[in-house]
Design a protein around this ligand. Structure first.
Ligand code: SF4
Ligand code: FES
Length: 235
């Protein structure tokens, strides 16, 4: 079936304005959006810019807006979209470097600010720090995060307030906060106890809807709010 891909095109170095360029291909219903993009680039227009790497929902690099919703192009099929026109746009609220390629620097700096690694001042143990299966289970969902940025891009608060640290950074905060091998619990809790931290979230649930790894993002943020109330306010 002929399918038209209307793709956002913009090279800030040479274009005055963005535009949408249509490309028509014969696409199979079972074909992935990423495969369609590859065919367009390889067969019709080598100047098209987008990111991809693993092709299997692992690296998070091909996140984009597909017919109005953030998703991974390698996880979505043509048949997931009604009609014969599919619109591809870059992740919203991120500066465009070229076409579907966005600047991830601020996003990754925000993750880095959460110190996404174990910190412990109690001195190194003789062997590794162990974690019980029950404790590990508490992190089971959030460790699936692949840093695709779909959640942060889809969040309406991110659009209104660029200082909000965003759902992805909060997922990474959660991941360390509730890791029993980490020793900075209170410090991490204080870090997110701000208007632009957990309290910036007003439960739109868009992050949860778009997360390709089905992480309960909003629920995790709410659990952190509860922890802030319990540990920092209840004395
Ligand atoms: Fe992507 Fe989900 Fe991680 Fe957000 S929480 S960056 S949507 S994998
Ligand atoms: Fe790696 Fe889609 S290309 S997640």
């Amino acid at each position: 079936m002929d399918t038209v891909f209307k793709i956002f095109r913009y090279d800030p170095a040479i274009d005055a304005e963005p535009r949408y360029q249509p490309y028509t291909i014969v696409a199979q219903p079972e074909e992935r959006i990423l495969d369609c993009l590859n065919r367009i680039k390889w067969e019709q227009d080598g100047t098209l810019g987008y990111r991809m790497s693993c092709g299997h929902g692992v690296c998070g690099s091909d996140a984009m807006k597909i017919n109005g919703r953030c998703a991974l192009a390698c996880q979505k099929l043509v048949k997931d979209y009604v009609g014969t026109e599919i619109v591809l746009e870059p992740l919203p609220h991120f500066p465009v470097l070229k076409d579907l390629v966005v600047d991830m620097d601020d996003f990754l700096e925000g993750i880095g600010a959460m110190r996404p690694y174990l910190l412990n001042t109690s001195g190194a143990p003789e062997h590794e720090r162990l974690q019980s299966p029950t404790d590990h289970q508490k992190l089971d969902a959030v460790i699936r995060c692949i840093l695709c940025a779909c959640c942060t891009a889809a969040c309406p608060v991110t659009g209104e307030n660029p200082r909000y640290i965003g759902p992805a950074a909060l997922v990474w905060s959660y991941r360390l906060l509730f890791d029993t091998r980490d020793g900075l619990f209170e410090d991490r809790l204080k870090q997110i106890d701000t208007d632009n931290g957990v309290w910036g979230c007003v439960n739109h649930f868009e992050c949860t809807r778009v997360c390709p790894k089905e992480i309960p993002v909003t629920k995790s943020i709410n659990l952190m709010k509860r922890e802030v109330e319990k540990r920092l306010r209840s004395s």
